[in-house]
Design a protein around this ligand. Structure first.
Ligand SMILES: Cc1ncc(COP(=O)(O)O)c(C=O)c1O
Length: 481
């Protein structure tokens, strides 16, 4: 057949064939990054496998850096949100260290302030570098929009403050990061009801929902209990009761966990962790997956924003209340570091997961370790759900029990390569004694709910050579009394 391909007549030695087959036949590199226009209509990416090209058709290939297709995750992580600076050609994201931005006139300033015209006026509200990070995170989650915040905690606070006021209820997973438990305690002082439930039991979550519940909050992998809720099942229960499901995806990142396919309404991340990947900057982000109808009327705190912003009501509220009014904005330089980290997220996460699995398996057979907790170990109760939910990977965190607080301290003190640090998701392996640090201000009940015992050591497995890590852990265990 004869077709016109990118403006030139071509003979194709076959009859009608699908667009995907044509891309293959023509040896088009990175077909996932190409949009195809067939007789004047840009096809959806999903149509490439089914739409046929026939004799006489006009076909144009358009690379998405100007096109508009849905490229692969790894491609979005490198190009989405910012591809190159139009004026200078710089492909490294410019850091706009400017507190404020000039507008041409008082009228133009008014228009931007009113949200009627695109632009930036003041970096406590928005900033071009921060916006590029928001766009990239949103592209990776496949969401409706994102708001970056000063930290992961600020992102969680934004979600909670926008959705639950005095008398409203938050239903949260019993095993949560200690900082989140402390934030929820603060909200209780302001009249918000916070109840905890075993999130690994979706039926219990469904049964615990009531008329006052304004948000369900769970972590993809509980930190540090490392339990894994079935988020799709919780998403279904949430949707049935019209309650938004907010998920903290810090430990999995969008590379392991696609919030969009599990009924999640809003995903929050501490960008401090794997997103940046080297412990250089504190930051956070919320992504609205676009699946929840915020205009339904139950969300009185959003009502004003909902009136003007419609489906974007949650994002507008988060930006106005937490970023603009409470001042929880992300610094442009941190946004630059987060954005840079995203470029290698997929590569790093796979290495974190592989190293964590190998280290967990080694330590599980070590006589000096009382027990190892890692969702990827045979016999772990969350292995099957983690495998299904995170695409055969289990994250980069594990915990060890060493018999006593003294042994845990002695072990940490003897490690040479692994650093004692209260962070995770760093390229470097980090260890921490949660009971004496993150959970210091939590009650004994809250600490127990998170699975934290005095002999527990949390390990954020880095991307070093696995033989070196195993060697370091072996020598520290051998020396610990
Ligand atoms: C699961 C989880 N969520 C949120 C946070 C808070 O993030 P940030 O330290 O960026 O405020 C952390 C920090 O360790 C975390 O582990």
């Amino acid at each position: 057949m004869k077709i016109t391909l990118n403006g030139r007549e071509e003979s194709v030695e076959s009859g009608p064939l699908t667009v995907a087959a044509l891309l293959k036949l023509k040896g088009v590199p990175r077909p996932e990054a190409v949009s195809v226009e067939l007789n004047g209509t840009i096809l959806k990416h999903a149509e490439h496998a089914t739409r046929e090209v026939r004799d006489g058709d006009h076909v144009e290939f358009l690379y998405f850096m100007g096109g508009g297709a849905e490229p692969a995750f790894e491609t979005r992580a490198v190009h989405a949100g910012f591809d190159q600076d139009r004026e200078t050609g710089a492909t490294s994201l410019p850091v706009h260290e400017s507190a404020a931005f000039a507008q041409a006139s008082a009228g133009a300033m008014e228009e931007v302030f009113a949200g009627r015209r695109y632009g930036h006026v003041y970096s406590r509200i928005s900033n071009p570098t921060v916006e590029a990070f928001e766009l990239r995170m949103n592209a990776l989650e496949g969401g409706a929009g994102a708001v970056a915040t000063a930290s992961g905690m600020a992102a969680i606070a934004a979600a909670a403050l926008c959705l639950a006021g005095p008398g409203d209820r938050i239903l949260a997973a019993r095993s949560l990061f200690g900082g989140t438990v402390l934030l929820f305690n603060d909200l209780r002082r302001g009249g918000v009801v916070v109840d905890y439930v075993d999130a690994t039991d979706p039926a219990a979550v469904a049964a615990a929902l009531d008329e006052r519940t304004r948000m369900i909050f769970v972590e993809t992998i509980g930190n540090p209990r490392l339990d894994v809720p079935d988020i799709g099942a919780i998403g279904k229960a949430a949707a049935a009761r019209g309650v938004p499901l907010v998920v903290d995806g810090t430990l999995t990142t969008p590379w392991l966990f696609r919030a969009q396919s599990h009924g999640v309404s809003v995903v929050v991340h501490s960008a401090t962790k794997y997103i940046t990947g080297n412990g250089t900057a504190i930051g956070g982000v919320l992504v609205d997956l676009g699946s929840f109808d915020w205009t339904a009327g139950r969300f009185t705190l959003l009502a004003e924003a909902a009136l003007r912003a419609g489906p974007a009501a949650f994002l507008v509220s988060a930006r106005k209340r937490l970023v603009q009014n409470a001042g929880g904005c992300l610094s442009p330089f941190n946004a630059f570091l987060h954005n840079l980290g995203l470029e290698t997220l997929a590569l790093r996460m796979d290495r974190h997961c592989a190293n964590a699995l190998a280290l967990a398996r080694h330590l599980a057979g070590h006589p000096g370790v009382a027990s190892v907790n890692y969702p990827g170990l045979d016999g772990n109760p969350f292995r099957a759900i983690a495998e299904r939910q995170f695409g055969g990977r289990y994250g980069g965190m594990l915990t060890l029990r060493l018999g006593s607080r003294e042994r845990a301290f002695a072990f940490i003190d003897r490690l040479k390569l692994a650093k004692c640090m209260t962070n995770l998701g760093d390229a470097k392996t980090l260890v921490l004694h949660p009971a004496s640090t993150i959970f210091r201000d939590c009650s004994p009940e809250e600490t127990a709910a998170a699975g934290v015992t005095e002999d527990l050591v949390r390990v954020s497995v880095g991307i070093e050579g696995i033989a070196d890590l195993i060697g370091d852990f072996n020598q520290a265990l051998a020396g610990a009394p």
